[in-house]
Each structure stands twice: as C-alpha cells, then as structure tokens.
Design a protein around this ligand. Structure first.
Ligand SMILES: O=C(O)CCC(=O)C(=O)O
Ligand SMILES: [Fe+2]
Length: 334
C-alpha cells in the first residue's frame, strides 16, 4: 500500500468529498455529451516545399491560432526516438512510490517541482486529479545531464524549443511583424517542462484531471499518449481532442494573446480524468525571461496594459492563493 505511486487524493481531500452533495459534480457541463473532434492538422513538411506551399502552411497555422487557439503538427522534426525516450524516462519517474516523488532529490530540481492535486481547492470542482514534475529548464540545462532523465529532458527541450521558436516567428510574420523578439527573449533556459501523470479515478466519473485553465506562456507544445481526455472550448462549447500518435499539439498562451492584441487566442482547456487508465503528457511552455515586457506595438489601441512576465506570474499566483483560481489576462485590461 505504502508503495503506491498514486498521491493520497481521497484522504487529503476527504473534506471536499464528504462536503460535496453527490449532485455537485453531476451538474457540470461534462454531463452533456462532449463531441470528439480532430484539431486542425498542419504538415510542417510543407514549409520546405517552395514559396506557395510555405505561405499556405503559414496561413493555416495563423488561422488555427485565431479560430481555435489550438492545432496539431506532423513532420515536426522531433524524432520518434527522442519522444519515446522522454516518455520512458517520465513514466519511470512518475511510477515511483509517492513518497519517493515527494522527496525527489536526484536532480538539482528546485524545491516544489513535484506537485499534485490542488492545495488551494475549496470544492471538488477546483481539484485536479493529477501529479506532475514542473521543471525549470535552467535547472536541467545548467546541470549538464547528471543522469539519463536530465540529459533526456535537456535534449527533448532543446529540440522542442527550436520548434516553438519557429512557430512563434511564423505567427509574428503572419501579423506583418517579422521580428527577433522571440529569439531575444525566449531562451531554452527561460522555458519550462511539465511532466504530467493522471492516475485513474474510478470513483468519481466527473473528476477533472486538470481543471479548466489557459496557459501563462507564449505557446505550449504538448506530447500526449493515446488515452485521450484533453478538451477545449470552441465556439462556447467543450470539445474533446482526438489523440493522434504522430502529432504534437500546439496551443496559444496568454502572452501571445496579449502580444498580438487578441488576434491569436489563448483558449480554455482541461483534462477529464479517466476511470480506468492512467494517462501521461509532456508539456513544454515557451516563456520569456521574467523581466521581458509584453506589449502590443501596433497602431490600434491595445486591449491590455503592458506588463512583464514576472508581474504576470506573480499576479496569477496571488489570485490563485486568494480566490482559488487564476484570473489571467483580464487582470491587465487597458
Ligand atoms: O495533459 C494535457 O493534455 C494538458 C496539460 C495542460 O493543459 C497543462 O499542463 O497546462
Ligand atoms: Fe494547459
């Protein structure tokens, strides 16, 4: 028993479970049938085939980022080998007994990199039935590959950050803004990697694996397994993302929405816990240094005041501590 990998959700949050009338979670919109849909699919090989194909591909990326805030890419240049090695290392880490994870010190991860559940939750709707290592890539890349986990994370993150850089440049160019901004502000060492595990949740069929949120970065690159459970809001309704084992999922974060003055959308998404199967996903957050100022530079009035990434992170954390949830970009409306 003590050797279980799963965090003690039910004992730790027993007050939430006993205070919650059975009906609370049932009323949630997830009770409505959530339709499964495929994300817009972008074949990045098109970028190498000549001007016309390249332009069409760039337009597809920009349109999906405006209309969905999400798309998936194939022929993305991240080898199957590195994706599989990263996944194997992540599974090995997250399958360790719970207590080993809370005391994990093999790497020079900062304190608090292992997180599970939702410490601030005051009701079941705010509880995320998942655990993760949240790793600053400056810790990983600075350590010079202490062991196979950290060297794999370093390789994975270096490749994925190149992809993120390329996509960010394309999105900027499609707004008529060819820029070095992302090259100068988003370095591999300012980005983050999140290694997620979603244990099965057999007793509460409506439980969130991750509660609805937007990402606090420029863009996120997600590698998920084939279990499914990721959902996003499209035209005011939740839709479920159909897993595609060849593809990586890209989503726009809050910083890109502000930087583009609402052209690209940071869309709410969540993960629904699976009653029987555990799920793994790896998320790469493309972030600038904390002192980077996010500001709309166009001629039209901006929707948001300018703010630094550091200020944004602090505001998000403060709101989570006080209200139990993130308020996000609307905190910085002009
Ligand atoms: O696991 C997933 O599919 C999504 C994870 C996510 O949204 C996040 O880590 O921000
Ligand atoms: Fe997310």
């Amino acid at each position: 028993m003590g050797e279980s990998a799963d965090p003690p959700f039910e004992t730790t949050y027993k007050n939430l479970f006993s205070n919650s009338p059975d009906s609370t979670l049932q009323k949630d919109s997830r009770q409505e049938l959530v339709e499964e849909s495929e994300l817009p699919l972008v074949d990045l090989n098109q970028l190498n085939l000549g001007d016309l194909q390249r332009q069409a591909c760039q337009k597809l990326i920009a349109r999906a980022s405006q209309e969905w805030g999400f798309f998936q890419v194939i022929n993305h240049g991240i080898s199957r080998d590195i994706l599989e090695t990263m996944r194997a290392e992540q599974v090995k880490l997250l399958k360790k007994p719970f207590l080993d994870k809370t005391n994990y010190k093999d790497l020079n991860f900062s304190a608090g990199s292992y997180r599970w559940g939702t410490p601030s939750a005051t009701c079941l709707e705010q509880l995320s039935w998942s655990e993760a290592f949240h790793v600053s890539l400056s810790d990983v890349l600075g350590s010079g590959g202490l062991n196979s986990l950290s060297s794999t994370m370093g390789q994975f993150a270096t490749m994925v950050s190149e992809l993120a850089q390329m996509l960010a440049d394309i999105l900027a160019e499609e707004m008529g803004n060819k820029t070095c901004f992302f090259k100068e502000t988003c370095l591999p060492t300012t980005c983050y990697l999140l290694l997620n595990r979603y244990p099965p949740c057999p007793l509460y069929p409506q439980m969130s694996g991750i509660t609805p949120h937007t990402d606090s970065d420029f863009l996120t690159i997600l590698h998920q397994d084939n279990i499914g459970g990721l959902q996003l809001v499209k035209d005011g309704r939740w839709i479920a993302v159909k897993p595609n084992p060849q593809a990586l999922i890209i989503n726009i974060g809050d910083l890109f929405q502000a930087w583009s003055n609402n052209v690209y959308k940071s869309v709410e998404h969540r993960v629904v816990a699976n009653p029987r199967k555990e799920r793994f996903s790896t998320a790469f957050f493309f972030c600038p240094s904390y002192d980077t100022v996010i500001r709309w530079r166009g001629v039209e009035p901006g929707f948001y005041t300018s703010f630094s990434f550091g200020e944004y992170r602090e505001q998000v954390q403060q709101d989570v501590d006080i209200f139990g949830y993130k308020i996000g970009l609307s905190r910085f409306l002009a």
